[in-house]
Design a protein around this ligand. Structure first.
Ligand code: ADP
Ligand code: MG
Length: 488
């Protein structure tokens, strides 16, 4: 794999490394670049989140292209979420076999059939994830020339609104400590936290009830607590009149109700905006109660982030359907925008057994599995099957089960070298081969007739060892990072 190089010469001298790592770890904890420990969990303490000591090179041209594209992707996802026929048709086979998607879909259909339901605006806080792919290495054999490709778009619980911007600050601190303060200007500003919170505040304003709260739907145990509390603290600081409450779906079932006009109440407090940081995986619904709670929220007039339709629009199956030739025209009229979106797609294939396309995809992956990733309709990491594990996984599935999966061409991003600093890590940390995934945030508000708010809001970079398949930070294999832009 081609190598992007590093922002300052490596390796670092051991004495300097020791001092700067020790400071950076303290800086991280003291600024909330932290998680709750999974091993020694306590609500009373935090551990620094794994981070890459220095920022990772990323081509400025591609970064700016991704930022420019985000409002267009927001627009696309908004119209996809509001196209009932498209969602029905696209997910029809999936919901036959995938129980989780089916449960979501049942709520979706029930609300559509309900004459008194008064759906208002929905709020999308999206994160478009992408990886660089090296197209060629220039003739001086310097850096590879890279373009980015889409991994997925998240429409629910898009994390790192706080951890993204704070990663830039840790690395700026480290660069300054190492006498490279002049390089900090190459780390782009990152307003993700403010941007995502402004989206929620905008939604709250649209509802116009000064006494209403914003409800965060949370997991039973929150490890990634800084990435939720900083949102809450930001909202409260900018708007002391807005109260944020946190409840699990189980608690919403216990304490939630609908008022006479379908307003959502938690005990006596009215809620006009609901922000889901849980609810994206089956484990978040241990019983029918949690599904009932999701239905009550959906039926309410509160602005949901996401609404069920946005949640469904974010499934892998929908992503695959959008990559089919000619489909984007249904949602976007401008040909230039369509071309810009099409350029970021990599090969995506249905795995249905009853279509030629599905049969062709099956033959392709069995011939050369290393080139592919097989994905089910799940979020949150750890569910995909990679490369040589695919044939075995496929063999265990019935034809019908297979149709709930999609096949994606694997992206092989360029490598960079760096130091990954983890809690309990040994010293000196080895200089390792790393690959990164950039996430661009967007906020969009609208209803079936119009989009009333559409903005790009910041970014996050996650970096993992080149050898690992996935790079979830809370899951333990990835680390916080931020892009260091270079011109090519
Ligand atoms: P999830 O919804 O679980 O986050 P993703 O589609 O984002 O699922 O995949 C999880 C991780 O797997 C990504 O963050 C990325 O590291 C890796 N991955 C997914 N698709 C690809 C691909 N096509 N090529 C290379 N890596 C991929
Ligand atoms: Mg993902």
């Amino acid at each position: 794999m081609p190598d992007l190089g590093s922002c300052i010469p490596f390796p670092l001298e051991e004495e300097a490394l020791k001092e700067v790592i020790s400071k950076a770890k303290d800086w991280a904890i003291m600024h909330g670049a932290a998680l709750r420990s999974k091993v020694n969990f306590s609500e009373d303490s935090l551990q620094f989140a794994p981070f890459i000591l220095l920022p990772t090179l990323f081509p400025r041209r591609e970064f700016e292209k991704a930022v420019r594209l985000q409002p267009i992707l927001n627009e696309l996802m908004h119209w996809v979420a509001h196209d009932t026929e498209f969602l029905r048709e696209t997910l029809s086979n999936t919901i036959k076999v995938d129980e989780f998607t089916r449960k979501l879909f049942e709520i979706y259909e029930k609300i559509l059939a309900d004459k008194d339901s008064t759906q208002s605006y929905s709020l999308g806080l999206l994160r478009s994830d992408l990886m660089l792919e090296s197209c060629c290495t220039d003739k001086d054999n310097q850096r590879p020339y890279c373009c980015w490709k889409q991994i997925e778009i998240n429409t629910i619980a898009s994390g790192f609104g706080h951890l993204g911007p704070i990663s830039r600050e840790i690395q700026s601190f480290v660069l300054t400590e190492l006498n490279h303060a002049d390089k900090v200007k190459n780390l782009p500003q990152n307003n993700a936290l403010a941007g995502l919170c402004e989206g929620m505040i905008e939604a709250w304003n649209l509802k116009g009830n000064p006494n209403a709260a914003i409800l965060f739907i949370i997991e039973d145990v929150t490890y990634n607590i800084c990435d939720q509390r900083f949102h809450e603290f930001y909202i409260r600081k900018m708007h002391p009149e807005i109260k944020v409450i946190r409840k699990t779906l189980t608690e919403v079932h216990q304490f939630g109700s609908l008022g006479p006009n379908n307003e959502l109440k938690i005990n006596d407090v009215e809620v006009t905006v609901v922000y889901f940081r849980a609810g994206y995986e089956p484990g978040h619904y241990p019983s029918q109660n949690e599904w009932d709670a999701r239905y009550v929220i959906e039926k309410s007039t509160a602005i949901k982030c996401p609404s069920i339709s946005y949640h469904l629009a974010g499934t892998k199956k929908v992503q695959q359907a959008l990559a089919k030739p000619g489909i984007l025209k249904r949602f976007i009229t401008d040909d230039i925008k369509i071309k810009q979106i099409t350029d970021i797609f990599t090969g995506l294939y249905a795995m249905d057994s009853n279509t030629d396309e599905g049969q062709t995809a099956l033959r392709m992956v069995l011939t050369d599995p290393a080139k592919y990733v097989l994905k089910p309709q799940r979020e949150g990491g750890g569910n995909n099957v990679y490369g040589h594990d695919i044939p075995n996984a496929l063999q265990k599935m019935s034809d019908v089960e297979r149709s709930a999966w999609i096949l994606m061409e694997r992206i092989f991003p360029p490598i960079s070298k760096g130091y990954m600093i983890r809690p309990g890590g040994s010293f000196p940390p080895p200089l390792v081969d790393l690959v990164s995934e950039l996430g661009i945030f967007g906020a969009v508000i609208g209803d079936k007739n119009a989009i009333v708010y559409n903005s790009h809001c910041g970014h996050m970079l996650r970096t993992k060892l080149e050898k690992s398949n996935e790079g979830g930070v809370a899951a333990g294999s990835g680390a916080l990072d931020s892009p260091y832009l270079y011109d090519d």
